[in-house]
Design a protein around this ligand. Structure first.
Ligand SMILES: *[C@@H]1O[C@H](CO)[C@@H](O)[C@H](O)[C@H]1NC(C)=O
Ligand SMILES: *[C@@H]1O[C@H](CO)[C@@H](O)[C@H](O)[C@H]1NC(C)=O
Length: 325
């Protein structure tokens, strides 16, 4: 939300999970190298014994984690595999992202004087059509319902409805959330976030609040809910200033799983990209089950697939996705 928020971020280490994976593949390489040499039976026996010992330590750790977590509701954790990378306008302070069919995306961008709603080609990142917002508005969340695009704005309880085929055709509306951060829709109600831990349901005709839920992860409120996407009965939310997406049950606000996307921003930083702001922007192509993510001022947009992970990440989830409530 805030310009220059990246300054507040400390560079995070990649997850323990990837470190563990790296060291285990290193161990495998070492093992095959030593296998290629002539080995005495004793060395081989020692190797087998130490492998067995290692495995049992791992299973013991896993078993003890399962026990300590038995009180909770078995939350799940995912990392991601990058399936495709696409260009993304590095000047776009992405605040809303939605898939529009035919390999096009609609995007809302923020910052005063640079706020817009635009139609973007997936493959090239090229802007096909765009509407520049008045300098007094800071664009935020965006969602598509039928032919209408709904957009909210930061620090104002004002939003806009656009015709997806003609951005000049638009009307202003007022809403009752405390602020405008994220929007999503299941096709009948609009879900909204305002930077708090509240997930709102809005009537798409009147924009009135129909209901709301407090988003909780194991009894902790999850604040800073940002860009939203509705995916297969769940609401997914970027949590501001983290590299994490919370998967929320819209019925009761419970976060039942987390997606850890640290590798994306880390990868961009390592390849020399500077001036990046936070992860923000989730789009879902429901016809082809494609998931897209990007960030504010990121030069790339990623198609990703989820990969379930186990205990080691869970142990550090509060560090990886800090909940500052
Ligand atoms: C996709 O493109 C085809 C052919 O140009 C068009 O008929 C169809 O309406 C488009 N779909 C969407 C969702 O825009
Ligand atoms: C787009 O909408 C504007 C405002 O309603 C209208 O004047 C214009 O003719 C429309 N353009 C097209 C191509 O339909």
């Amino acid at each position: 939300m805030v310009v220059g928020s990246s300054k507040k971020r400390s560079k995070r280490r990649s997850s323990d999970f990837s470190a563990a994976m790296a060291s285990s593949s290193l161990a495998q390489n070492k093992a095959s190298a030593s296998r290629s040499k002539k080995q005495s039976g004793i060395i081989r026996a020692t190797y087998i014994l130490s492998t067995l010992l290692g495995l049992s330590v791992f299973f013991l750790f896993f078993a003890s984690w399962k026990n300590t977590d038995a009180l909770g509701s078995d939350p799940q954790f995912f990392t991601i595999d990058v399936v495709n990378e696409f260009p993304h306008d590095p000047e776009a302070f992405t605040q809303g992202l939605v898939y529009g069919g035919n390999d096009t995306l609609f995007e809302s961008t923020g910052l005063y004087g640079r706020s817009s709603v635009r139609q973007v080609l997936l493959q090239t990142g090229k802007v096909q059509a765009s509407h520049q917002m008045d300098k007094s508005f800071f664009g935020e969340g965006l969602t598509l319902l039928g032919e209408r695009l709904f957009q909210v704005t930061w620090l104002k309880k004002i939003g806009f409805v656009y015709n997806r085929y003609n951005f000049s055709e638009h009307i202003k509306f007022n809403h009752q959330m405390q602020d405008g951060w994220g929007l999503a829709t299941d096709g009948s109600v609009i879900y909204g976030s305002d930077g708090s831990s509240t997930l709102y349901q809005l009537d798409p005709h009147t924009l009135k609040v129909l209901g709301s839920a407090t988003v909780l992860y194991k009894d902790h409120e999850v604040p800073y809910l940002n860009e939203l996407e509705y995916i297969n009965g769940e609401v997914w939310a970027n949590v501001w200033m983290t590299d994490c997406i919370a998967r929320i049950s819209p019925k009761n606000g419970m976060v039942h799983s987390w997606i850890l996307l640290h590798q994306l921003r880390q990868g961009l930083l390592e390849s020399g990209h500077t001036g990046l702001d936070v992860l923000n922007g989730i789009a879902w192509d429901k016809e082809r089950n494609r998931l897209f993510v990007t960030g504010k001022l990121w030069p790339k947009l990623y198609e990703v697939k989820l990969q379930p992970v186990t205990a080691l990440v869970n142990a550090r989830i509060e560090t990886l996705c800090p909940l500052r409530s």
